[in-house]
Design a protein around this ligand. Structure first.
Ligand code: PCA
Length: 152
């Protein structure tokens, strides 16, 4: 298959609220490649009334981010683009990460490019967990698939 590598750091990770979407064959095909960490530091914050994890596109700020790499087919890549509202909301950028075996690759990562500067004052996380003791669990909502209401 023609594969695309995607690094997920938020609700799409194993055990997180949207992980099932990667396993649903209706959306396309995905295969777990390995756990990885970004080479650079990035700010991963939780924000909006839906407690959405956002990776802000500001290099060398925040922490190195833990996530999972998946190889996905065109269909799943297109599904994820739609789900993340790429390229108008999140935008995926090829970004270097290191796998547990020390190998390096540059999978796609969904970043928030346009963000309010105040978001940089939020707590930054290195390893997102919706159910963590920050007490800000991701809120699933029909409106999270639309950008209209995100900042409310
Ligand atoms: N899902 C994507 C980006 C943010 C989110 O909630 C991910 O897990 O990488």
């Amino acid at each position: 298959m023609s594969g695309h590598l995607v690094f997920v750091y938020g609700t799409l990770k194993t055990g997180q609220p949207n992980h099932y979407l990667l396993n649903d064959k209706i959306n396309g095909f995905s295969k777990f490649v390995g756990k990885a960490q970004t080479v650079d530091k990035w700010p991963l914050v939780i924000s909006s009334k839906y407690n959405i994890p956002f990776l802000l596109n500001k290099q060398d700020f925040g922490k190195k981010i833990c996530g999972e790499i998946y190889s996905v087919d065109d269909k799943m890549r297109d599904f994820l683009d739609k789900f993340e509202c790429h390229p108008t909301y999140y935008k995926r950028l090829e970004t270097p990460v290191i796998l547990e075996d020390g190998s390096q690759m540059s999978p796609w990562i969904y970043f928030l490019l346009d963000f309010k500067p105040e978001m940089l004052n939020l707590i930054t996380y290195g390893n997102y967990d919706s159910y963590g003791d920050h007490g800000l669990p991701y809120v699933e909502s029909e409106t999270t698939s639309s950008t209209d209401d995100m900042w409310a």
